[in-house]
Design a protein around this ligand. Sequence first.
Ligand code: ACO
Length: 313
Amino acid sequence: MTEQLRLLGMGMAVPDKVMANEDFEKIVDTSDAWIRERTGIRERRFIGEGSLTELAAEASRKAIARAGIAPEEIGLVICATATPERAVPATACMLQKKLRIPAGTPAFDINAACTGFIYAMAAAQAMLPAIRGKYALLIGAEEVSKILDMADRGTCVLFGDGAGAAVAGVTGKPGTRVRIFADGDEEALSCGGYGGEDRHLRMDGRKVFRFAVSRLEGEIRALEEETGIPVSGIDYVICHQANARILDHVRRKFGLPEEKLYVNLDRYGNTSAASIPIALAEMAERRMLAPGKRAFAVGFGAGLTWGSCYLEF
Ligand code: ACO
């Protein structure tokens, strides 16, 4: 296939409410020192009384403005979320109305947990005929705080809420390549939801840690092979932000200099599907994604799911 997706404008939004590590010391038996040392997280944001769809709309408006397009030019809306505000309609449909994207435009949600944004890229890439001559709006938005068990210190300190969005166009040049996978492991990371016995997120931290490290490594090697570009020739590696020790492992394994591996989990924690698009939006804001820059993005999460993407700007 010669036609490829290309990200043209990015935006992000996080709630105002900051939850610092110290705030958790009052809720569970933990400490700022433990959380920083074992995870690298200093603070995260919680939506509280706010609305996830509104947050996703804010991120989307910024992405649309930065891409310099009009909402009428959007031909596809995909929202990656495991924690939608409502079961139906899809968050993407609610965004369609809020953003005045024309009726008739396909809009749907994807749940691939923390790999959601990579899955959204893959879906859009597979739906290029819907986008041709127009643009796709891809969003990752999560309110993980609402499925956290605030009595479980092993999970409640790790996650945060937020939204990231990107407008993608179609280009004739070879650019984006996307890889997505899942294995059906229900035990490592799960949440009952919808009236199930346990509506909270449960995680086998050590198992997920081992899985994350091996998948990140495997995906970077696979992208090197598929693109023919060694990671040393890539400008940035953007990994799902789950734990600083996981990121450190990747940095050491591939001998990456600090500035190549983007890290923001100290400020937002793990925002699941929003993590990669928030990182992209921050990088764009800092003018790191100038034309010609190349990045590997890699995600992993509940499902278990994992995937990766080669991006050219
Ligand atoms: N504060 C203080 N102590 C804690 C806390 C806490 N917040 N959480 C756990 N501990 C304790 C444990 O109870 C345990 O105590 P024990 O030895 O008395 O039993 C001790 O710390 C060590 O626990 P471990 O689980 O071995 O700690 P570890 O160093 O592995 O860190 C962590 C745990 C941070 C969860 C780590 O395993 C991890 O990051 N795993 C990957 C998680 C991840 O990536 N999740 C996101 C997946 S993406 C998605 O789809 C949602």
